[in-house]
Each structure stands twice: as C-alpha cells, then as structure tokens.
Write a protein that binds this ligand. Structure first.
Ligand code: UDP
Length: 347
C-alpha cells in the first residue's frame, strides 16, 4: 500500500555541500546502519522508507542529524516530486528497501515482488536521471536451497519459482536482471551485493529471524524455537562488517557488472547458534521444535573470494563477539518490557 509522502526533516544538507545519497529502506535494520555510516563520512542522506517493516526508533536516531532528511514513500509508486527535486545533488542511490524476514515478506507476497521489481526500476530511473551510481542489495536467497557449497557468485541457484519464498527470491533475481540491463545499456553505473544472513543492533525484535527470535526468547525467559531439527546451517555476518562491505562495493572502481557476495563464511548449525545464545543468557532454556518452513535452505555459506579480490574486504567480527553486542543491545531494547513483567521461569 502506498503511504503518504512527506519530508519530516528539512534537507539541510543542501547548504552543507554534502554529496547526497538516496537510501531506500534507510529506516530498516541494515539501512539505518548504512545511513549512519554515510553521515559519519560527512555525506548527505535522503532516506526513503515506507516504514512498513522499519523500526521508528531507527529513524528517530537519525533525524536530528543535519545531513539527514526523510521521505515516507513506498517505492512501488513513482517517486514523489520532493525526491525528484534533489536530482542535481544525487550522487549515489542505494536500494535496501524490502521486507527481508521470511514471515514478513510472505505476509504480502505481491507487494514483496513489486517492491523488488517495480521499486527497483523506479530507483534505477532516478539514478539514470541523476547520473548517480546505483547499488542493489540482493540476497543469498538468489541461490535458493543450494546444491553447490559454499556458494560462489557464478552459481545460478536452485530456487523454487512457485513456493512461498519465490516472491522474495525471484523478486530479487528479477531486480538483479533489471540492474544489469541498465548497466549493460550504459544507463547507470551499477553494483549488486548479495547479502547473506546478517545480525546486530537495530534488528526488529518481532522480525522473526533466528538471531532476534532466540535472543528475545532467552531474554524473556520463553522457550527457544528451532524450526526442524536444527541441523540446517547459516553463516552469520555482523552488521558493521556488512555495511563496510557495502561501502567498499559502492566505491570500488570496477565495471560493476558482476554481483558480489557479502557475508561471513563461518558456518554453523541453528542448533549451535542456539547453544551460543543459551551460553550468553547464563541460564538453562527450554527448546521447542517447530515444523521446518517450506523451501527452507539446508545449508548456506558465502564464497567470499570475489569480495576479497575486488574490494579487499573481509568480515572481521567473530560470531561470539557480535552475538554478545547484539545480546546487550536487545537487553537494553527490551528493558522496559522486561521490568514491567517478571521473566517466566525457564521450564
Ligand atoms: N529458524 C529457527 N528458529 C527461529 C527462526 C528461524 O530455527 O525462531 C531457522 C529457519 O528455519 C532457518 C534459519 O533459522 O533455517 C535462519 O532463519 P532466518 O529466518 O533467520 O533467515 P533465512 O531463513 O532467511 O536464512
């Protein structure tokens, strides 16, 4: 659904001579960290977000900055005049706008698909008009339930185009096609990041991702949920590392006509992740098993050779350290709620 458009903070970056970045999805988990990093570099940020899945507090933390402005807008609709008016100043266009958690992106699959295809096209046209470089945040989901392990960018994937994840997986694959078509035609300089599982502060406690679920459940004294038997694997990247990778990719001097995996290659099972969260909590926890979601990938781990070669980038934060930071952030975030109701005794 299209949201009303408004600018809540005046674009004061106009006078500051800052390079202007349009960040679609800038109020989301990764987007909010990217906005902060760009502002810290002295650049201007025009954030476009529908606030459909973003945390308002992510935005509140940015709105006081003189280089930051915000337009509430759903990118499936043509971009509003307030954004087009900034074309002469726009230097970079970042597309991070899409619900990324399976339960959330499956809630309105039509909208998820259109966000990726129609929304990406609107932003590509903006980049073309502005002569700006464009970066799409694609996903490891383009590899589906992979038959090749770890996944290099050359792997074409094993994706169901009819299942409940297709709106996201196929939406991102179509978005990549569009981006590379613009690049091939010389309509914009393009970059495509394939983001693997990422975690850290600013995740939404209600997002439904495994890291946020397990930490929030442990903090609340609830049973920890494992989908399936917990032997499926993922490789978790701390958000600060991921943002450093995005910045390096956007600025890397190459033709941009190949996607680049960004993530962390340290692969663990969901069960092992749960054990690490339990260790952080310092208490025993009850574990409940839920059915494995349809098309849930069995294994996932990025091949990061291309990122290392093209960007000179590699993740640095080990899972133990990142999880401890994330635990501390969620503990502070849920503090009010936890004070209001005594934690349930773990059964
Ligand atoms: N998962 C789980 N418990 C939860 C949430 C997720 O065991 O409370 C599993 C999920 O089935 C998947 C893995 O953890 O195998 C990662 O799920 P997430 O939704 O975080 O990311 P994605 O499936 O997109 O990789």
């Amino acid at each position: 659904m299209t949201q009303p458009t408004r600018i809540t903070a005046l674009p004061r970056h106009r006078d500051a001579g800052r390079r202007l970045n349009v960040v679609a999805g800038g109020a989301g988990f990764i987007g909010s960290h990217l906005c902060r990093a760009l502002l810290d570099r002295g650049e201007g940020v025009l954030c476009i977000d529908s606030l459909q899945t973003a945390r308002p507090s992510n935005l509140a933390a940015l709105t006081g900055h003189p280089g930051f402005s915000f337009v509430r807008h759903d990118i499936t609709a043509p971009l509003p005049a307030s954004v087009l008016a900034e074309v002469p100043r726009i230097h970079r266009v970042w597309n991070l706008a899409c619900a990324a958690s399976p339960p959330l992106y499956q809630m309105d699959p039509e909208h998820t698909m259109l966000t990726n295809v129609v929304g990406t096209n609107h932003l590509l046209r903006l980049a073309e008009r502005a002569g700006a470089r464009f970066l799409l945040t694609s996903t490891s989901e383009v590899y589906g339930d992979p038959e090749v392990h770890p996944q290099p960018e050359e792997y074409r994937g094993h994706v169901s185009c009819t299942g409940p994840r297709a709106c996201y997986d196929e939406g991102k694959r179509a978005a990549e096609s569009l981006v590379f078509d613009y690049g091939r035609a010389g309509r914009a300089q393009v970059r495509v990041a394939r983001i693997f599982n990422t975690y850290g502060p600013n995740m939404d406690p209600g997002d439904g991702r495994v890291v946020s679920n397990l930490i929030c459940q442990a903090l609340r004294g609830e049973a920890l949920t494992i989908y399936g038997d917990g032997t499926q694997t993922r490789s978790f990247c701390y958000v600060a590392d991921l943002v450093a990778g995005l910045l390096a990719l956007m600025e890397a001097e190459f033709d941009g006509m190949q996607p680049v995996n960004l993530g962390n290659a340290a692969e663990i099972t969901v069960r092992e992740l749960l054990d690490q969260v339990v260790a952080l909590s310092g208490t025993q926890a009850r574990v409940v098993h839920r059915p494995i979601p349809v098309d849930d990938p069995r294994r996932r781990r990025p091949d990061l050779d291309r990122a290392a070669q093209l960007l000179g980038w590699a993740p640095r934060v080990p899972l133990s350290e990142g999880l401890a930071q994330t635990w501390a952030w969620f503990a502070a975030e849920l503090q009010g709620e936890l004070k209001a109701r005594p934690a349930q005794a773990a059964e």
